[in-house]
Design a protein around this ligand. Structure first.
Ligand SMILES: [Zn+2]
Length: 398
């Protein structure tokens, strides 16, 4: 069974490439998945150079001029020497090198180019970090970025945020149910509306329905109860909104197809990671009912369509329960096709895992359900005693 450990550029800078790779080799992992492009965030890093690490929106390599010279969106400069000599250092240890890239989550680019960000049903652009997958400039940026990461000589490009993202409302003293939040997160930019209209959807009616429902909730109506399903959404918001939401998958499928082809051209391969598993279980490892694969459509991710276009998928199996990990892996395989590579991403510590035995059980469950690999998230975020659970889990599935 294949395996890797997610590593941040800051981990390699703080602790040194040799030391980090030696540790990961010592865990028995087959490879490392190194952050090549990340989003801005502050992380507690228990054994890092600093205990609180400030990450910025940026690429940890020099962006090739030929890929970005004609584009409006270009990656911001991160720690540009991160990949210098990294491939050789991995090869010396027999470790596979994968490049992990965040695509459309970038508040710095979004603030500089607000027209590229998502626009809600009221016409507001309140989510600078969310670049719209329908915008041509965002799409051109994503394809060039994928090519650039592939050119680092990585075996695969692991794609994060290459789809629509759920609403992050920030502070709200208005109770919003899951369905209200979902409607609030739908993008109604000109490009999204045009694409939906091209598919026969009445986009303006959908926008008006959303604005009407949300307007009433913001005026004090009680929020909708229950989780987002197609049936519940149809009952709550009507068929035009559901048709509009479903039309988003064409936007994402065509983008992922272009990105997968670009990565393939450069001699690497795409591993597509959609955020649904994180949406459901990130906070506490107790994901909402129903496997992630069944909810991926909400972010515009059509796993059945992508199964024909993408060689590999990463499932964010952010769950405490081993049976739940197996359910998620099984549901992905049924959606993308049994012959596709599905990798289970496990968090070896808080909030998903409280012991080595639990991590072993989850790795075993992932393998039994048909996962081709387990990946562990992430080196710099977990204390050393937590990382020391990884060898037992890998020994179980090797
Ligand atoms: Zn849009």
């Amino acid at each position: 069974m294949d395996s890797s450990v997610f590593v941040f550029a800051e981990d390699l800078r703080g602790e040194g490439v040799e030391r980090v790779l030696d540790k990961i080799k010592g865990y028995g992992a087959a490879g490392v998945t190194v952050g090549a492009v990340h989003h801005a965030v502050r992380d507690v890093t228990p054994h890092g150079l600093s205990r609180l690490t400030v990450r910025h929106d940026g690429a940890h390599f020099p962006p090739p001029a030929d890929l970005f010279s004609g584009l409006r969106l270009r990656p911001l400069a991160g720690h540009q020497d991160t990949f210098d000599g990294l491939r050789e250092a991995c090869a010396e240890r027999g470790l596979r090198l994968h490049g992990w890239s965040v695509f459309l989550r970038n508040a710095t680019l979004g603030r500089a180019h607000p027209d590229v960000t998502v626009r809600d049903c009221f016409g507001d652009r309140g989510s600078p970090a969310d670049l719209c997958p329908a915008h041509p400039d965002a799409r051109a940026y994503a394809v060039a970025l994928a090519r650039a990461v592939a050119r680092l000589g990585v075996e695969s490009v692991v794609a994060e945020s290459l789809h629509f993202r759920p609403l992050r409302a920030g502070r709200s003293f208005v109770p919003l149910g899951p369905m209200d939040a979902y409607l609030f997160g739908l993008c109604f930019c000109d490009y999204c509306m045009r694409r939906a209209a091209d598919l026969g959807v009445d986009a303006e009616v959908a926008r008006e329905e959303c604005a009407g429902i949300l307007g009433r909730v913001l005026d004090g109506d009680p929020p909708a109860q229950g989780e987002v399903t197609r049936a519940a959404l149809t009952a709550y918001a009507g068929p035009d909104v559901v048709a509009y939401a479903r039309a988003r998958s064409e936007t994402v499928t065509t983008l992922v197809s272009d990105v997968a082809a670009a990565v393939g051209d450069e001699g690497s391969r795409l591993v597509f990671a959609d955020a649904t598993g994180a949406v459901k279980g990130y906070r506490d490892g107790l994901p909402t009912p129903g496997p992630a694969a069944h909810d991926a459509w909400q972010l515009g991710v059509d796993l059945v369509a992508l199964g024909d276009l993408v060689p590999a998928f990463a499932v964010l199996a952010y769950a405490r329960d081993a049976a739940r990990v197996a359910d998620d892996v099984g549901a992905y395989l049924r959606s993308v096709g049994k012959d596709r590579e599905v990798r289970a991403v496990l968090r070896p510590g808080h909030p998903d895992t409280d012991s080595a035995d639990r991590l072993v059980a989850k790795a075993r469950a992932a393998k039994a359900a048909g996962a081709a690999a387990v990946d562990f998230y992430a080196y710099g975020l977990m204390p050393h005693p937590v990382l020391d659970r990884v060898p037992a889990a890998l020994a179980e599935v090797r």
